[in-house]
Design a protein around this ligand. Structure first.
Ligand code: NAD
Length: 254
């Protein structure tokens, strides 16, 4: 079904672990050449090596998404290594290392860093990659949002607000890049069991939380792969600026 992805080129940010690693693995499995990017070099190098061991074309390229030069270099290196860029997955975010805190305990420095990585990172990486994606058939950007903005939890004001900004940025980038032939959509997962989410001080997968969902189980990284491949491929070729909520039916926004 996703044959159109074969031999195309993807960048996945925040790909050293968790959801990003699952995304990179799935895109490689669909036949794409994948640049895994992160600031966790050891894990990132290991992940890319494992994909190569399984016969896939994969490299690890370090990039801090909050740094313009860093993401420009990521886009350039990927295009030089694999001959272009077709798909960008903006997955990197400060999330695993984010402590839950009330608004009284979130410092201005934490707020700025959250927005630098979680919002500015999506903006900078998208603009850097778009220069290499322009005019390529099926070019697509997929941003990692979250259901946090819909729930408006008071524990992570910086994170929730930043992910709300990612949803709006998805729309503005979709309009900005429409003439370049690049579609831009987002995935908004609910709680997904990763090392990062399982280590939170609050149990995101407690019985009371799961009871609010239509589908009564914790979300897994595998639950996001169908939506990812759909948004990366021509199967969603008439969609842009949209956010797909994947949360077991917990939040219903429209
Ligand atoms: P994670 O913390 O394991 O993954 C985030 C990755 O981003 C890490 O590998 C981290 O090193 C990387 N990263 C952080 N700062 C970076 C920077 N400045 N430059 C480049 N890379 C950087 O968490 P995860 O659970 O795998 O979440 C991945 C994505 O999914 C995030 O965008 C998160 O907000 C989103 N999300 C997660 C859940 C969940 O329940 N796990 C739910 C909704 C959305």
């Amino acid at each position: 079904m996703f044959d159109d992805l074969t031999n195309k080129v993807a960048i996945v940010t925040g790909a050293a672990r968790g959801i990003g690693l699952a995304y990179a693995t799935a895109l490689a499995g669909a036949g794409m050449k994948v640049a895994l990017s992160d600031i966790l070099d050891e894990e990132g190098e290991r992940a890319a090596a494992e994909l190569r061991d399984h016969g896939h074309e994969a490299v690890y390229i370090r990039a801090d998404v909050s740094d313009q030069q860093s993401v420009q270099s990521l886009a350039k290196q990927t295009a030089e290594t694999f001959g272009g860029i077709d798909t960008l997955v903006n997955n990197a975010a400060i999330w695993g290392d984010l402590q839950f805190a009330s608004v009284f305990d979130i410092s201005p420095e934490r707020w700025d860093r959250s927005f630098d990585v979680n919002v500015k990172g999506v903006f900078l990486t998208s603009v850097a990659a778009a220069r290499y994606m322009e005019g390529r058939p099926g070019a697509a950007i997929i941003n990692q949002a979250s259901t946090a903005p819909y729930i408006a939890t008071p524990r992570t004001a910086d994170y929730s607000s930043g992910k709300a900004a990612v949803i709006t940025l998805t729309k503005t980038l979709a309009k900005s890049f429409g003439d370049l032939g690049i579609r831009v959509n987002a995935i908004a997962p609910g709680g997904i069991a990763t090392e990062a989410s399982l280590n939170k001080s609050v149990d995101l997968f407690a019985d009371a939380a799961i009871a609010q969902q239509c589908i009564k189980r914790a979300g897994q990284t595998s639950d996001l792969i169908g939506p990812l491949l759909f948004l990366a491929s021509d199967a969603s070729g008439y969609m842009s600026g949209q956010t797909l909520v994947v949360d077991g039916g917990k939040t219903m926004t429209a």
